[in-house]
Ligand binder design. Structure first.
Ligand SMILES: Nc1nc2c(ncn2[C@@H]2O[C@H](COP(=O)(O)OP(=O)(O)OP(=O)(O)O)[C@@H](O)[C@H]2O)c(=O)[nH]1
Length: 426
């Protein structure tokens, strides 16, 4: 199965929610579609008045400049370059070719520049000559004249905003996205598909700057600290990443740093076995920093490429957690002052807007350098990724789309946008 279909399949709850909502918005205010073909195939007679012809009474009054019958392109403008999506996700291997300089030479924890607050002018769509929908066209579903269309006005924009807020995009992002969608199109008649394409284009534009695989450095061992609240998917993500790194030829060691929960340690051992990677553990209740130090020693002795350190995620006592994370960092820096080279924050997509609070909290506790978003399968809250990208600009290294070892994919903005909005892959 192509990865696009898999992602769309897995994101079905988010996509179904947006897709149905968009269809309903257009249908609700749609004009009589058949009497409103997109484009008159006949050249207009010279004496044709500028106003809407009398024989199209279904056109509702519009306050804004009246749109010509068709000015909306059949395809939304593609503004973001696409990397060839990989059937088998392998983020580490991709990045490995680049081998960037060690992490401390660049401010990895600093948020990337935020997208501009002002709507980005969208290229004005050129008129598209839509061929007259013949019987064959209608039979195969290409009859554009059959599509319900609705004039993009304030009421429709408000409905779109509400829909996006309901899909967990957050108010600020939803307003920005709809403003950009309306740019140059206000008063025009749009079909549901055209709106989905516009929305997908906007989402992809916001997501493109943050879609970055986890950087791999020449430093050995590269230390990856994994943080996040309990249950967000840290253990599972470490297992999946370890498996992918190993498949890419890397020697990996895992440290089970959540020493307070025996079950967490056992679970990590199970994932280590699955990935074929050693997991260093310590007795329940022992000092996680001491384990991290031992793991660092072992990883150095073994010539490991990567050391992945799991951590506790108890936010109930932030001061303790902050001290615990700070101590882990202090001791591993005794071995390598540039460590940790990555601090991954694992977020559970099903928590919706709460994910935004978690980013703020963990940015105070640790130097978060990138995000992994888990449980994107089976949630209607996938829109929160757009809000996260828009608000923080932190790189999204990968997304979790299931509980199996292979269910971790590099983040592809265009595929995500298409899957989120319910567009078919082409
Ligand atoms: N559907 C789905 N489930 C996931 C995904 N990632 C993790 N899970 C599940 O989420 C639950 C919690 O995952 P863990 O990896 O144990 O989370 P954790 O952050 O390590 O939690 P603690 O061990 O309590 O600290 C498990 O049942 C996982 O199988 C994902 O991408 N999709």
């Amino acid at each position: 199965m192509a990865f696009f279909s898999k992602l769309k399949d897995r994101l079905f709850k988010s996509s179904a929610k947006l897709e149905k909502g968009l269809d309903a918005i257009v249908e609700e205010g749609a004009e009589a579609a058949v009497s409103q073909p997109d484009v008159s195939p006949e050249p207009a007679p010279v004496e044709t008045p500028v106003e809407t012809p009398v024989e199209t009474p279904a056109e509702p009054p519009v306050e804004a400049p009246v749109a010509p019958p068709v000015e909306v392109p059949a395809e939304a403008p593609k503004e973001t370059p696409t990397e060839a999506p990989s059937e088998v996700p392998n983020a580490p291997a991709q990045e490995d070719k680049v081998q960037p300089a060690p992490v401390r030479t660049e401010p990895v924890a600093k948020p990337m520049p935020k997208p501009s607050l002002t709507p980005v002018p969208t290229p004005k769509p050129e008129s598209v000559e839509t061929p007259k929908a013949g019987l064959l066209g209608r039979l195969i579903g290409r009859g554009k004249a059959e599509e319900p269309r609705r004039v993009l006005d304030d009421e429709m924009l408000e409905q779109l905003e509400d829909l996006l807020v309901g899909a967990d995009m957050g108010v600020d992002t939803a307003l920005r996205v709809t403003a950009n969608m309306a740019e140059g199109r206000y008063g025009k008649r749009l079909s549901a598909r055209e709106i989905k394409e516009l929305l997908a284009g906007e989402v992809a534009r916001i997501m493109e700057p943050v879609a970055r695989p986890m950087p791999i450095y020449e430093k050995r061992p590269q230390v990856v600290l994994v943080v996040g609240v309990n249950g967000s998917g840290k253990t599972t993500t470490i297992g999946k990443l370890a498996s992918q790194f190993k498949a890419a030829g890397k020697k990996v060691v895992i440290a089970a740093g959540d020493t307070f929960r025996a079950a967490a340690v056992e679970q990590l051992q199970v994932w280590g076995d699955r990935a074929g990677v050693p997991v260093l553990t310590a007795p329940e209740g022992s000092d996680p920093a001491s384990l991290a130090f031992d793991a660092m020693t072992r990883a150095q002795e073994d010539g490991a490429d990567l050391l992945m350190i799991d951590t506790a995620g108890r936010l109930q006592n932030r001061a303790d957690l902050m001290e615990e994370l700070a101590k882990i960092v202090r001791v591993i820096r005794k071995k390598d002052e540039t460590a940790p080279h990555n601090t991954l924050l694992v977020l559970d997509a099903t928590t919706g807007q709460n994910a935004l609070n978690q980013v703020e909290t963990f940015q105070k506790l640790a130097d978060v350098s990138g995000l992994v978003m888990t449980k994107l399968d089976g949630t209607a809250k996938g829109g929160v990724l757009v809000a996260l990208a828009d608000k923080f600009g932190l790189p999204i290294h990968a997304i979790g789309v299931g509980e199996q070892i292979d269910d971790l994919a590099p983040f592809d903005p265009e595929e995500f946008a298409a899957a989120l909005t319910g567009l078919e892959g082409s």
